[in-house]
Design a protein. Structure first.
Length: 205
């Protein structure tokens, strides 16, 4: 590799290490500013046994109810809420999960506003509770509200600091790849070796 090309390669390595992390940080901050905010609200319901002294598996039923909550048509028409009747919207904006060691169901709903997110979570919690209690004679368990959803004070995404940190890390990774892939510029010893030395002229005595 000729010396001019080596100098360009060395400059590219230095430039990438200095600028790519800053570019990544700016891109992350810009994305977080232009992206529409999304709010998440959580409602909790708890499973309890109907018959005292009878063996029940409340935690297992909590897992089962969490799996079927977003099943199409399960909550349709409950309480006359159009959100519960829209299976696609329900599937994409609601996440139901259950604790592995407690009969507690978490219903997390997302929306463009904090009030709407809380309304959706509470609506699903009420509809699921009504559905489970209608079948309590068959299942032996009932559902009850544990903690209603409240409008969140801040959006769950985007998060400017998280976006900036992730983008900066991406810029550092790309700079490291360039640093490893591009050879360094010529060293001083190499330049001195490559340049021929003029012979020393001697005059005869």
């Amino acid at each position: 590799m000729t010396h001019p090309v080596q100098r360009v390669a060395g400059a590219l390595r230095t430039w990438s290490l200095l600028t790519l992390p800053l570019i990544g940080m700016g891109a992350g901050l810009t994305y977080s500013l232009v992206q529409r905010p999304v709010y998440t609200a959580d409602a909790y319901t708890v499973v309890s046994g109907v018959r005292q002294g009878a063996p029940t598996q409340e935690a297992d039923f909590a897992q089962a109810f969490a799996r079927v909550t977003v099943h199409p048509g399960l909550l349709a028409g409950a309480g006359g809420d159009a959100y519960l009747s829209d299976g696609e919207l329900l599937r994409t904006t609601l996440q139901a999960s259950a604790s592995p060691d407690a009969p507690l169901i978490r219903l997390a709903a997302v929306a463009d506003t904090a009030d709407e997110a809380a309304r959706r979570a509470n609506s699903v919690a009420g509809a699921l509770t009504a559905y489970a209690n209608r079948h309590s004679a068959d299942t032996g368990v009932r559902l009850a509200g544990f903690a209603p959803a409240v409008p969140p004070a801040a959006p769950s995404s985007p998060r400017p600091l998280v976006a900036a940190a992730v983008s900066t890390a991406g810029g550092l990774l790309l700079a490291a790849l360039i640093w490893m892939a591009v050879p360094a510029g010529p060293r001083r010893d190499d330049r001195e070796t490559a340049s021929p030395r003029r012979p020393v002229e001697t005059t005869p005595a």
